[in-house]
Design a protein around this ligand. Structure first.
Ligand code: NAD
Length: 361
């Protein structure tokens, strides 16, 4: 039986609704669920299975990530709040079905305030197992009514973010003849290249994985897709730079070297520090905040939760909704202009306005 200890570290000041610790002696489960906000709806966010050096670091990370989900969901117009969970441990040596099931009981006892999903260290198979114990899980297999891999949805959303930024910058969202550098052609980046090529753009790709590059070049041919070195991607002359690999790519070192007019990609936490969006703006480059551009995956997953009374996941409905990232980007970039703030600050204000409005409804 999972024992739940509700210990609240000093998180009230940061506005967290609840931080809950779960332990299960038999399986060795040590988990933390952070519910940052349920103002817009149940707190949705993945479960990260990670061997943090200390419990304090696990708490800090889960809280940081949960807060980020509140903003991401709010800006995406979803009826979900922000939450996140960690299972503290090494998934390679500590994951057992018993531990995942104990975790599912823990989630279940939160009564739907927190909806879990896959994240680093957990898999769709884990979500399927969790579904056997609790309904409060998303991202299960399509055979169980789930939405499957979110990456194609994320790439679809990035395309619409790029088109909206193009319209703001150049007065047209037509990408024909535009040149885009996609750094990282994994699950999201490779699907984004497909969309860009279909929209008439030429693309340069970079990746540390030669096979990932070969797959993209083979699919489109060297007329449409060229290759640049990993260290050169951000300083390649182009219209749009799309970071789709790791975080912290936009830094004090790289921003002065950018030779693009727009930055919009799927990577999480693209800004190395809070100052980097100022650096980008000072260079006259338009930055689409990462959590707005890459919200296609969560919009897709949220479609599993039939909040509008309709039944279950429907891919066409999800894809239509993801296209809404375009108008959201347009609005955020306009807000940045009228309020003389960076796009990152404008995105936070946009999200906060939605939460405040829901709070006073
Ligand atoms: P992935 O692991 O499938 O792809 C990442 C690719 O980046 C890999 O091919 C990898 O070899 C490459 N890479 C690693 N280091 C690199 C470097 N220095 N330069 C160039 N390429 C490098 O991951 P993904 O699912 O495609 O996600 C990509 C990014 O988008 C991540 O930051 C992820 O957090 C973010 N994201 C993904 C989703 C999603 O739905 N998958 C949703 C939101 C955000």
């Amino acid at each position: 039986m999972t024992e739940i200890l509700e210990l609240v570290h000093d998180v009230d000041e940061a506005g967290f609704e609840q931080v809950v610790f779960g332990h299960d002696a038999e399986s060795g489960l040590r988990a933390i669920v952070a519910v940052h906000s349920t103002v817009l709806g149940p707190a949705l966010g993945g479960t990260r299975f990670w061997p943090y050096p200390t419990e304090a670091e696990a708490v800090t990370d889960v809280c940081r990530l949960a807060r980020g989900m509140t903003y991401k969901h709010a800006a995406a117009g979803l009826s979900q709040g922000g939450g996140k969970a960690v299972i503290w441990g090494d998934p390679r040596s500590e994951r057992t079905d018993g531990l995942i099931t104990a975790y599912a009981r823990f989630v279940d006892r939160l009564g739907g305030r927190y909806l879990t999903a896959e994240d680093v260290g957990t898999t769709q198979a884990d979500m399927d197992l969790i579904r056997e114990t609790t309904p409060h899980v998303t991202g299960v297999s399509p055979s169980l009514g789930g939405s499957g891999d979110p990456s194609p949805a994320t790439a679809w959303g990035v395309l619409w973010a790029i088109r909206a930024a193009a319209a703001t910058r150049w007065g047209s969202d037509d990408l024909r003849g535009r040149h885009v550098v996609v750094s990282g052609v994994g699950k999201v980046g490779s699907a984004l290249v497909d969309h860009l090529v279909a929209n008439g753009a030429t693309v340069a790709v970079s990746d540390v994985n030669e096979r990932a590059i070969a797959a993209v070049v083979d699919a489109h041919g060297t007329d449409r897709v060229t290759v640049v070195g990993v260290d050169d991607a951000h300083r390649t002359e182009c219209d749009v730079f799309a970071p789709c690999a790791l975080g912290a790519v936009l830094s004090e070192r790289t921003v002065p070297e950018l030779r693009c007019e727009i930055v919009a990609g799927s990577a999480n936490n693209q800004l190395a520090t809070d100052d980097d969006d100022d650096r980008i703006a000072d260079r006259g480059i338009l930055y689409v905040p990462d959590y707005v551009a890459n919200a296609g995956g969560v919009i897709n997953i949220a479609e599993e939760v039939a909040v509008d009374g309709s039944d279950g996941y429907d891919r066409d409905r999800a894809w239509k909704r993801i296209e809404g990232i375009g108008p959201t980007v347009t609005e955020i970039l306009a807000l940045a202009e009228t309020e003389s703030v960076t796009p990152a600050e404008a995105a936070d204000r946009y999200a906060e306005a939605r939460i405040d409005a829901a709070r006073t409804e």
